[in-house]
Design a protein. Structure first.
Length: 52
């Protein structure tokens, strides 16, 4: 029972820290370009092609 008194606040604190990190990343624009990475794979890099 004593373990629950320690583990429940730790679990709640870690959950709140994760939620705070998610909202921080939303505020800083980490998810602004969801299609950019998907389209970037289709672009041929000429520098990489010359190295082969």
């Amino acid at each position: 029972m004593n373990g629950l008194v320690i583990l429940i606040p730790i679990a709640l604190g870690l959950g709140l820290a994760g939620l705070a990190a998610f909202f921080w990343s939303l505020k800083n624009g980490q998810f602004d370009d969801p299609d950019g990475a998907a389209l970037r794979i289709l672009i041929d890099d000429e520098e990489d092609a010359q190295c082969d």
